[in-house]
Structures are given as C-alpha cells and as structure tokens.
Design a protein around this ligand. Structure first.
Ligand code: NI
Length: 293
C-alpha cells in the first residue's frame, strides 16, 4: 500500500484527498492550494425558495436586533442599513440548522478539514439592487477576538444567480498562505461593523459568479470581497462557517483595529446581558480599549 495522498493549508491538519463525500479529490486539492473553491449548485430550486422565505421573514422583523445580531455591515446606522445582515440567523430560524444545505456543507467541511469539523456560525446577508455599498476586501480572521478557538472555512450560497455585476464574491488566490494584513473599520470609522484590509494588491483577483444555490468556500485567511450590486435585483446570500475547535484561543492579543470598535450593535448586545455577565463584558471591553488584552 502506498502512502495516502493528503492536502493541507495553514492552520489545519492534513486531510486525505480521497475521503468519501460530495467533493472530488481535485476540488479538495484546489481548495488547499488556492484558498477558495467554487462549487456547482448544492441546493435545489425548492430549497432555495424555502431559504428565500426564511430571509423575507427574518429581515422583515429585523430578527436579532435586541441581541446586536441585526446590523449594517457598511454604515454606522443599523436602523437605515445600506448592507443589512443578520449574524447567527439559525438562532432565530432553527430550520436553517436542519436543512439539507447545512448537512451538505458539513459533509464538505469534514472532507476539507477532517472529521472533527463542526458548525461554528452562520450569517444572512442582503445587498440592495443598484447601488448598495461594496463589500470591501478582508480576511475573516481579522474579525476574530481573543476568545476565538475555532479555525474556520466559510461557505457562501447565493439565493439567486449572481454575476460580477450582482456582487458575486471575489478572491485573491493563495492569500490564505498569509500574512494577515492590517485592517481598519470601513473608512476608519469605529462605529461601522465592517472591516477593510489595507495595502493589498488585487490585480490577481478571481470573480466567482454562481447559479442560485451554488456555493463558494474559503479559508479564514483568504482575502475576499464583493463589488457593489449594480444589477436590478437584490442579492441575498447565506454563509455558514464550519471549523476545528482548538483548546486555546488562536489570537494572542486583540488586533489593534478591534480595540477601537464602537458599534451600536455592540451597545445593544451589552444591554441584552444581565447582571454579572453585563459587568464582566463591560470590564473586558474596557481592557481591550486600553490595550491590556
Ligand atoms: Ni468575509
């Protein structure tokens, strides 16, 4: 018997490329070499239609507002958002956790990262037609805090076809090999949730247009972004993060850009906590601001 062929990328153990599951050996290799992968539709038309109904409900009632999970990615005013998003939408719509799309992505994550890969977060995103803000270049790891113990990959699934003019995702191949670039809050405004990477070269960027229910998956270090949606339809997308849980946090000290975060969403989250939890969260936030964590 020869040695089993494996693939790996920074932060993750090597995995066999021939593991059973939806992804082919070539796809597993491509992901680890390039830091991203584009996948043909994994959701049927009916499943996409169900997800669209969930989105309609969640965004109409601004699910997660009180918890700070409903937010504007690109501006300081969550009440008049230019890029409305909901963090952890499955907390408000549990059907998202039992969908076949979820199971498919978990199976692929286990092929890419190993059998211990587990669900870590999800994220519902909308982008208005003709003129919503662009999603700036960023690395997801820039959002990590000192408490993060998961190393993740993110699946991104559009709920309608998405071409370059509709704001499909763009990736910079092999940027997952590092380094983590300096980031800042959009426009240097700590009241804005979104982060943007500084000093990058996007001349090698690759666009990934997708059919409805198709998917991309990217490593937590891969530089990615999306242009303004200049198409005539809203762009809705569902993201799910799966990862390997470590025993210790993977960020040594808080990143400088996260020391100046002053978002309204953070304030609402803090207000949603009670008693000792609120006091300890506030204390920790002050220590971060003062550069002590
Ligand atoms: Ni991202």
């Amino acid at each position: 018997m020869g040695k089993t062929a494996t693939a790996s990328s920074p932060g993750f153990d090597a995995v066999p490329v021939s593991s059973p599951g939806p992804l082919s050996e070539a796809q597993i290799r491509f992901f680890h070499d390039e830091g991203y992968l584009s996948i043909p539709p994994i959701a049927t038309e009916a499943e996409v239609a169900e997800l669209r109904e969930v989105y309609q409900r969640m965004f109409a009632r601004r699910a997660g507002w009180e918890d700070g999970n409903y937010l504007d990615f690109a501006g300081p005013d969550d009440a008049e958002p230019s890029l409305p998003q909901i963090l952890m939408p499955s907390q408000y719509e549990p059907a998202l956790m039992t969908s076949r799309v979820h199971a498919q992505c978990l199976a692929m994550a286990r092929q890419l990262l190993g059998p211990e890969a587990e669900f870590h977060f999800d994220h519902a995103m909308t982008k208005p037609a003709q003129g919503g803000a662009p999603t700036p270049w960023h690395q997801d790891k820039a959002f990590y805090t000192r408490k993060t113990t998961h190393r993740t990959v993110t699946f991104w699934i559009p709920l309608q076809p998405v071409a370059a003019e509709g704001g499909c995702l763009r990736f910079i191949p092999r940027s997952h090999l590092g380094p983590l670039l300096q980031h800042r809050h959009l426009g240097g405004d700590g009241r804005v949730h979104g982060l943007e990477a500084l000093g990058l070269d996007d001349s090698q960027a690759v666009s990934c247009p997708l059919e409805a229910g198709g998917a991309t998956v990217h490593h937590h270090m891969t530089l990615h972004g999306a242009a303004t949606n200049v198409s005539h339809g809203e762009r809705w997308a569902y993201a799910m993060g799966f990862g390997i849980r470590g025993t210790t946090p993977i960020v040594g000290r808080e990143y400088a850009w996260n020391r100046v975060t002053r978002t309204a969403r953070e304030a609402r989250f803090q207000n949603s906590l009670v008693g000792r939890n609120r006091v300890s969260y506030r204390l920790r936030a002050l220590l971060v601001q003062w550069g002590l964590l």
